[in-house]
Write a protein that binds this ligand. Structure first.
Ligand code: ZN
Ligand code: ZN
Ligand code: ZN
Length: 325
């Protein structure tokens, strides 16, 4: 089993694969070892029907979205997340879940080319899996994320999303929760709600406003063309969304990724959803959102060392470019 280890100097967590660890030659891409084989996620694959924990069928012969347990999970499904403290070091067994969403049967599709129906089905699948994991009290947090394209960290070409259910709340999320709570104590308002109002009024960094959502380039964007999608209605959890809102979100995502593809020549990207922790489904001070990072620059020494990112494209300029299409 892998384990979560807490760095005593920074309190950051790392998942260490203690059993399936890689030797130096296996790291750095393992050049020359790639074997061309049929994609296991294409229509007709038996693997999907056999292993799926969730399947959305459009009609009896055609599935839209399928969710499978990850073949090489970073977190194992069985066991209890036991915490062990040895002197100054803390570990927790990496128990939880690691799932793979096959977003569409179409191997060559991408977020930009998926139909609204396909995107709605994927968003609905996210919602169903969030709900499923809420019932598991070993799990403190569910992170849904997506890597697409070469350079994004994706090891699959087929359009997919991942879900990691972890026994601890990730530090990035804790940081947002703590800052949100502090702001709420002083201002009696959600910091994200205030920011949304401000961005709608200012318009400088606003990329798209729909009935229920906004898409914007954050004020202190770390990366060029970094994007954030937020619901206009306050909510700390994705599963809160009703069907009208979900349909609206699919439209915003479709429009946005089409623009990103056009303007930035189909860049690799990472995207993720930040929601509140599993055990606190309704928080006044936290507001769920999607973060999207087109991978256009490398994270280098200064960023690693300082935790400060050098962004060569002001978010105001990025928003104007994306908007005027
Ligand atoms: Zn495929
Ligand atoms: Zn809010
Ligand atoms: Zn966030």
């Amino acid at each position: 089993m892998s384990e979560l280890r807490k760095d005593p100097t920074t309190r950051r967590w790392a998942i260490i694969a203690t059993d399936r660890w890689k030797r130096p030659g296996d790291l750095r891409g393992g050049a020359g070892k790639k074997v061309k084989r049929a994609c296991p996620f294409d229509p007709g694959s038996e693997e999907i029907k056999k292993a799926a924990v969730y399947l959305h069928w459009e009609h009896p012969e055609k599935w839209f979205v399928s969710v499978l347990p990850n073949k090489f999970p970073a977190l194992s499904y069985e066991g209890l997340p036991k915490m062990k403290v040895k002197g100054m070091y803390t570990t927790i067994d990496a128990v939880g879940g690691h799932e793979l969403f096959v977003d569409t049967p179409r191997h060559r599709a991408s977020v930009a080319t998926m139909s609204l129906g396909e995107l709605e089905a994927v968003l609905n699948a996210y919602r169903e899996r969030y709900k499923f994991w809420m019932q598991d009290d070993r799990v403190k947090y569910v992170l849904i994320f997506k890597n697409q394209g070469k350079g994004s960290g994706a090891s699959l070409v087929h359009p997919h999303t991942q879900l990691a259910a972890t026994p601890v709340v990730p530090p990035r999320v804790l940081e947002e929760l703590e800052k949100g709570e502090r702001y709420f104590k002083v201002n009696h308002e959600c910091i994200y709600c205030d920011m949304i109002k401000d961005e709608i009024n200012g318009k400088q960094r606003l990329v798209r406003e729909s009935r229920y959502f906004i898409a914007m380039c954050p004020f202190a964007s770390r990366f060029p063309f970094e994007l954030m999608i937020l619901p206009k209605r306050h909510s700390s959890n994705f599963i809160d969304m009703d069907f009208d809102e979900l349909k609206d979100l699919a439209q915003v995502i479709s429009w946005l990724f089409k623009r990103v593809k056009e303007v930035l020549s189909n860049p690799p990207f990472n995207s993720l959803i930040h929601v509140g922790p599993q055990y606190a489904p309704n928080l006044r001070f936290f507001h769920w959102h999607i973060e999207i990072i087109p991978r256009l620059t490398e994270v280098a020494g200064f960023e690693w060392g300082a935790g400060v990112y050098i962004n060569p494209t002001p978010p105001e300029a990025a928003a104007q470019i994306l908007k005027s299409g």
